[in-house]
Design a protein around this ligand. Structure first.
Ligand code: DO4
Ligand code: MG
Length: 285
């Protein structure tokens, strides 16, 4: 089952259940107008299943604008969770190679703040590349949607846009490489009712288009993520509370070749087999 946040015309954001490719069930008609409150439900999938059987308005998918499924949640990210990410980063910087090598095997994962909710870009909106960076890449990532009690309520797609030349110059520049306008896209759907074991069977793929040409594509399995999802969430919630829950990007396992950098006008498509496709054009910010 997939949930979404959407808007129809100038109206307020609403909450929907995706019935099929063309149809959304408007859960707001049942008084549910925030995803965050749904994510707090115990037995979320059963409750949404019961809602789905009610006679609620059905909307054409083409008549709504999908929004990022993020309301007041901070977005955080984990790094170096795939072997591919570790090796790419060790090659990017002699200076930081030991840090990446160590964190991959250390008990404590690398966690970093990524975006305030108001700065998250939704489906179809532009992601950004920095004017002062020369090597910019998207990072396609599974995103965990976590409630205030630290339970994983669902899964969505995240793009952890990164400036690899800034990150590679000095590890202390990581926040500048990772956090800037339009550096984080999330959406379009939140898949609920799937276990971690099921999510680990999904594939994540990315395609980057430049005009009519596909300039990069790559794919991996979410089963390649080294750490268990609950372990990542437990570290995020150590000595830190999230009254509205949080979204946690789980790291990238698909890295474009070193000669590749994004350009304004490119289109990034990220597909997770159990979730859907997050598509964003690229602009310079
Ligand atoms: O430490 C660098 C960032 C790692 C990252 O974002 C990733 O592995 O996805
Ligand atoms: Mg990342």
């Amino acid at each position: 089952m997939k949930l979404c946040r959407f808007q129809q015309g100038p109206g307020r954001p609403r909450v929907g259940l995706v019935l099929d490719e063309h149809t959304i069930l408007d859960l707001s008609a049942e008084g549910i107008d925030r995803l965050t409150s749904l994510f707090e439900f115990e037995g979320l999938a059963a409750q949404v299943d019961a809602l789905a059987r009610q006679n609620l308005p059905r909307l054409a998918r083409a008549s709504v604008t999908l929004l990022a499924p993020v309301e007041q949640q901070e977005v955080w990210a984990v790094g170096v969770t795939y072997l591919r990410s570790k090796t790419a980063r060790m090659e990017e910087s002699d200076f930081s190679a030991t840090a990446y090598d160590r964190v991959y095997d250390a008990p404590r994962p690398e966690l970093f703040f990524k975006a305030l909710p108001a700065k998250v870009v939704g489906p179809g909106d532009a992601v950004g590349i920095r004017t002062d960076a020369k090597w910019n890449v998207p990072e396609p990532e599974l995103a965990l949607v976590i409630n205030s009690r630290g339970h994983i309520a669902g899964y969505t797609i995240g793009n952890d846009m990164s400036s690899r030349d800034i990150e590679g110059e000095n590890l202390l520049y990581l926040p500048q490489a990772k956090i800037y306008d339009r550096s984080c896209a999330v959406g379009p759907f939140v898949t609920i009712g799937a276990s971690e074991a099921e999510a680990r069977t999904w594939t994540i793929s990315i395609a980057i288009e430049r005009g009519a040409k596909r300039v990069f594509q790559g794919e991996t399995s979410l089963g390649q993520i080294k750490r268990r999802f609950e372990e990542l969430v437990a570290y995020l919630f150590r000595s830190q509370t999230f009254p509205h829950g949080a979204v946690l990007l789980t790291g990238t396992g698909v890295v474009p070749p070193d000669g590749f950098t994004l350009q304004a006008g490119d289109r990034v498509h990220i597909n997770i087999s159990g979730v859907g496709v997050l598509e964003n054009p690229v602009v310079v910010v």
